[in-house]
Design a protein around this ligand. Structure first.
Ligand SMILES: [Fe+2]
Ligand SMILES: [Fe+2]
Length: 181
């Protein structure tokens, strides 16, 4: 007979599904943003190599959530095709604006994702220890990306404040939509 584990606190199933769905969507979007930037800069340029390092970590993140979507039988967001195009366009557009704008995009996006991971950590209970440790690790990677952006003069982008607010708002909207749709 297999013993069933009992937990003092259990994560609400709807919340768990939303977390997996939105993180899967977000990590997918992140890979597309960096794809868009690399398409403009080229992967062998100096900045391209820096972005490639972050893109490789995003690939690891999306691969993990791809597995979790299947394992937990969570429906992925219906908006994946939209995030594909929107992510790529955001990456390509900011890259066309220049290196600093591309880094400002990273700073804005990674800040929203990092904060969002932080909120999720408080929603996940004892029964989701493994997912919590995955999210903690990814949150650390996103913070690293954020700091890479800062270190590469993101804040020196012309109209940094405006660009950053527009991107943050877009990301927050994408998060709200991907949880439900
Ligand atoms: Fe990520
Ligand atoms: Fe990231």
């Amino acid at each position: 007979m297999t013993k069933k584990k009992t937990y003092k606190s259990k994560t609400d199933n709807n919340i768990l599904n939303e977390i997996i769905r939105v993180d899967h969507a977000g990590e997918y979007g992140a890979t597309k943003i960096y794809d868009g930037q690399i398409a403009v800069f080229g992967k062998n340029s100096k900045i391209g190599k820096i972005i490639k390092h972050m893109a490789d970590q995003e690939q690891e993140h999306i691969d993990t959530f791809e597995k979790l979507i299947i394992k937990n039988r969570v429906r992925p967001t219906a908006l994946m095709p939209l995030w594909n195009v929107a992510g790529f366009c955001l990456g390509a557009t900011t890259a066309l604006m220049g290196k600093k704008a591309a880094m400002a995009c990273t700073v804005a996006v990674e800040k929203v994702i990092g904060d969002h991971y932080g909120e999720q950590l408080s929603l996940l209970k004892q029964d989701q220890k493994k997912l919590k440790s995955i999210i903690k690790k990814f949150q650390k990677d996103e913070l690293e990306h954020h700091n890479i952006g800062i270190a590469h003069d993101a804040k020196k982008t012309p109209a940094y404040g405006l660009l950053s607010s527009v991107i943050s708002f877009g990301c927050k909207t994408a998060i709200a939509l991907s949880k439900k749709i």
